[in-house]
Write a protein of this length. Structure first.
Length: 307
């Protein structure tokens, strides 16, 4: 039972503090899809036709419609109990003075961990809310910045439905797609297939993994590298590894704890933060009922896909 994990780990040193890796399973409980719509792949396109620099260079309109639809979906979703449990663990460690910080590494691009109140987050794949200038071949040509305007440009209004027209004839003209104030074409700021992770982001994740004494994985299948290697690296450095996932993963051979089930069901009891999580969920519900939807604010705590 997760409560056994809480009791067994309560005496572990937290200096250096624990680290966690959250994957797509953590956000799936909020209703976040990866690249699949109700009828299967979005407009029947495989990932490499939507989430690569080459795809953007070929058909920027198609890629922007896909991401505009995804942004709409994410904007309507709320943090779930898994997000709030990780945020509550961070706050509890800080309040107890047991460690300077708790590092949360995430493969997700929705920023729901931030909305739940987590503050020390490493986003491996960036965020769906970020944009940047598009360069040659669809590559990034500038730093990324957050822009939650939805839709990002008038031409994307009402576009992006999974059952929409996917023919090239229906593409939005290039000049009507999102551009910055200086007229540069913009692209989503996420890390796509065929792109390297930001070296500084990867280095920070590797440092947190190597220095922790407890490494938690939540909602990740442990098959997408380099994130899939973090738990094994932590174990090799002497950390206790605990896995929370719907199904067993290749991590099982070196995990001291392995729990199967929904992260939102398991993590609150595992961390001993059930009361805090339920209070956060009630506060969140009240805030959303008052119209505070999509603010991405940590006030709501007290918003394995690389698409």
């Amino acid at each position: 039972m997760p409560a056994l994990f809480h009791r067994a780990t309560s005496g572990l040193s937290t200096i250096p503090p624990p680290a966690a890796l959250a994957g797509a399973g953590a956000s799936a409980e909020s209703g976040i899809p990866t690249f699949r719509g109700a009828g299967g792949l979005w407009r029947s396109f495989p990932p490499e036709a939507l989430a690569t620099p080459q795809a953007f260079a070929r058909r920027p309109s198609l890629v922007w419609e896909f991401y505009s639809w995804r942004r709409e979906v994410v904007a309507a979703c709320r943090p779930n109990r898994a997000h709030h449990a990780l945020a509550a663990l961070e706050r509890r460690l800080a309040a107890d003075g047991r460690g300077a910080s708790f590092t949360l590494i995430t493969q997700n691009v929705d920023r729901l961990h931030k909305a739940a109140g987590s503050s020390h987050i490493i986003e491996l794949h960036g965020s769906i809310w970020d944009v940047c200038r598009a360069g040659r071949g669809g590559r990034k040509a500038s730093r990324c910045w957050e822009d939650r305007t939805q839709p990002l440009c008038p031409a994307l209004a009402g576009r992006g439905a999974p059952d929409g027209d996917a023919s090239p004839a229906a593409d939005i003209p290039l000049g009507l797609l999102p551009h910055d104030a200086e007229g540069h074409l913009l692209r989503p700021g996420v890390v796509w297939f065929n792109e390297q992770l930001d070296p500084s982001v990867l280095a920070a994740a590797e440092e947190a993994t190597a220095s922790c004494d407890l490494f938690i994985t939540a909602g990740t299948s442990a098959v997408v590298y380099p994130a899939a290697g973090f738990a094994q690296s932590a174990a090799a450095n002497g950390a206790t590894v605990a896995e929370f996932n719907l199904e067993a993963t290749p991590h099982a051979s070196f995990c001291k704890f392995a729990f199967q089930g929904r992260a939102g069901d398991l993590l609150p009891a595992a961390f001993g933060v059930e009361a805090e999580v339920e209070a956060a969920m009630r506060a969140q519900q009240a805030a959303y009922q008052q119209g505070a939807v999509g603010k991405g604010s940590s006030a709501l705590a007290g918003s394995d896909s690389q698409l």
